[in-house]
Write a protein that binds this ligand. Structure first.
Ligand SMILES: *[C@@H]1O[C@H](CO)[C@@H](O)[C@H](O)[C@H]1NC(C)=O
Ligand SMILES: *[C@@H]1O[C@H](CO)[C@@H](O)[C@H](O)[C@H]1NC(C)=O
Ligand SMILES: *[C@@H]1O[C@H](CO)[C@@H](O)[C@H](O)[C@H]1NC(C)=O
Ligand SMILES: *[C@@H]1O[C@H](CO)[C@@H](O)[C@H](O)[C@H]1NC(C)=O
Length: 253
């Protein structure tokens, strides 16, 4: 009996030490240690839900890019929160298009991606798995202000759940920002820290509910005319993410 008690005591004393040695070196695991150490409290404090955390790990790679890919976490939060409905991507790119493609397939949502650069369109037409859920369209733009976007018939396709505005020429964006206010539930607008350059300022007040995501540059706005709950939910999801996910100099594995 005595012998057993000694083993138990030694075991209990050694446990935290072994745990520390295994987990301390990694940044991600440090986050987990904090969670375990503070138990339920930590999780409740930040409300970073396990499902949302798993979704981030499923779709994104780390560290979260703080340059051209800064909008991907916002796209993911918007898709996760809204769950259904058609998505329109104005302006394709190596971080947004493959992510939206996966989300369209997984959530069974229609996705239309459009770009004024035929190379992007061709790249993804040949690179992504064909599915009726994802259509891609080339919009030939010859004018400086990109008026061709207005004639491209994109807005007839559906009442959009999410419209992602990130297209060229930049001068065109303010007009589509206006146009989609009434034809969408959510608009995600990229590059809002240079709002004056794109002349967003006049169109933004058309949206009753706005949230600017500034944890990464460049900034991305979440906008809606009608659904305050949805904007709040997306904000909550984005703000619940621990700081360590955004540090580009730390490696999460
Ligand atoms: C976290 O969630 C709990 C339960 O859902 C809620 O009571 C609490 O107010 C939330 N905390 C924050 C900081 O939002
Ligand atoms: C807002 O969006 C959520 C999620 O898509 C939906 O359940 C809710 O009914 C919407 N509310 C309004 C007022 O449209
Ligand atoms: C847009 O649709 C209209 C009528 O549906 C058609 O006449 C026009 O050619 C279309 N424009 C483009 C650029 O496809
Ligand atoms: C890593 O990034 C954080 C926040 O961005 C910064 O405070 C810290 O000094 C950086 N560390 C190194 C070693 O660059």
């Amino acid at each position: 009996m005595k012998f057993h008690a000694v083993y138990v005591v030694v075991g209990i004393i050694a446990c935290p030490f072994i745990f520390f040695c295994i987990f301390a070196p990694s940044q991600l695991l440090q986050v987990q240690v904090i969670e375990l150490a503070n138990g339920f409290k930590y999780i409740e404090k930040s409300n970073f839900s396990n499902e949302w955390k798993q979704t981030i790990h499923k779709y994104l790679t780390f560290p979260l890019d703080n340059h051209y890919g800064s909008h991907t976490i916002v796209l993911l939060a918007a898709a996760y929160a809204s769950e259904t409905g058609a998505i329109l991507e104005l302006g394709m790119g190596s971080s947004s298009t493959p992510l939206l493609h996966r989300l369209a397939v997984d959530q069974n949502r229609f996705l239309l991606s459009a770009d004024s650069d035929i190379r992007w369109v061709n790249y993804f037409v040949s690179g992504l798995e064909k599915t009726e859920l994802h259509q891609m369209k080339y919009v030939e733009v010859k004018t400086e202000m990109g008026v061709e976007w207005a004639a491209a018939n994109l807005s007839d396709a559906a009442k959009w759940s999410i419209v992602f505005i990130d297209h060229r020429p930049g001068g065109r964006r303010q007009f589509d920002l206006r146009a989609y206010a009434l034809r969408s539930t959510l608009v995600l607008l990229h590059d809002t820290e240079v709002a004056s350059m794109y002349q967003y300022t006049n169109a933004l007040p058309l949206y009753t509910y706005r949230y600017r995501f500034t944890r990464l540059k460049t900034y991305t706005d979440v906008l809606s005319r009608t659904n305050e709950t949805l904007v709040k939910r997306i904000r909550f999801l984005l703000e619940s993410i621990p700081d360590s996910y955004f540090h580009t100099n730390k490696t999460l594995t």
